[in-house]
Design a protein around this ligand. Structure first.
Ligand code: URA
Length: 235
């Protein structure tokens, strides 16, 4: 027999409902297991075998969870911190076992993927796998062709650290796009600072095929769609 899960956990694990909302759906008789209404969240089911529906719609059960968060500024990319608010504090308690894929600085905003799929996380972060991360940077000054060429050939940071070739695109005075495939500490800020263009604001727009949903306000999150999940796994 395969792994058995509580029905309320199974509903909440889809990311569509909190555990509390799942309990309400059950109480309202909207959940069926193998064709019969089930009102108890304690009911144990085998996710791969049981046919679970909510309002008649089949549930897509997945082994792992994937959430897209629009990280706001002022929040740490960590799973816990004694003093400061972390990205996990923005999620419901049921999501406490997720972890962020990569790190954004406290003051950086934008796309942050949270998951419990360690293998995918490793894949997305390893420079070996060439997964591009694209950032919108607000800067002092304006980047020029010499800056773009320096990014293309690989910036050497003040401490001698050599960066992989990266893309830099000017968006006019005060703004540019940076695309990297690695994630060194403060990398975008340090690369632009090395060219005399300090960063005053940073937002991650994409990671591989995954783009920040502009419908999400800072602090909001949603589960990845089936298409987003499939595309990401192709990488
Ligand atoms: N580069 C930075 O400097 N900061 C981030 O948060 C992400 C990339």
């Amino acid at each position: 027999m395969g792994k058995q899960l509580r029905l309320d956990k199974l509903l909440a694990d889809t990311g569509r409902w909190s555990r509390k909302e799942a309990k309400l759906l059950l109480k309202q008789g909207r959940v069926k297991v193998d064709g019969a209404v089930e009102k108890s969240g304690d009911r144990k089911v085998e996710p791969q075998l049981a046919v679970v529906t909510v309002d008649g719609e089949g549930l897509r059960w997945a082994e792992f969870r994937y959430l897209m968060l629009h990280k706001p500024g002022g929040v740490l990319t960590a799973t816990e911190d004694r003093h400061q608010k972390t990205v996990l504090d923005l999620l419901p308690p049921d999501c406490r076992d997720l972890f962020p894929v990569g790190r954004l600085d406290k003051d950086t905003e934008g796309l942050l993927l949270l998951t419990d799929d360690g293998e995918l996380a490793h894949h997305l972060l390893s420079p070996k796998h060439h997964v591009d991360k694209c950032y919108l940077a607000c800067i002092e000054g304006e980047v020029d062709e010499a800056d773009c060429a320096a990014f293309r050939s690989g910036i050497v940071l003040g401490d001698g650290t050599k960066c992989l070739p990266a893309e830099l695109e000017s968006l006019g005075a005060g703004k540019c796009l940076v695309t990297l495939r690695e994630g060194k500490f403060h990398q975008v800020k340090r690369m632009l600072a090395s060219r005399g263009k300090p960063v005053v604001g940073l937002k991650r727009l994409s990671m591989g095929t995954l783009r920040l949903d502009e419908g999400l306000k800072p602090g909001e999150f949603r589960p990845l769609t089936e298409a987003e999940e499939t595309e990401l796994k192709k990488l």
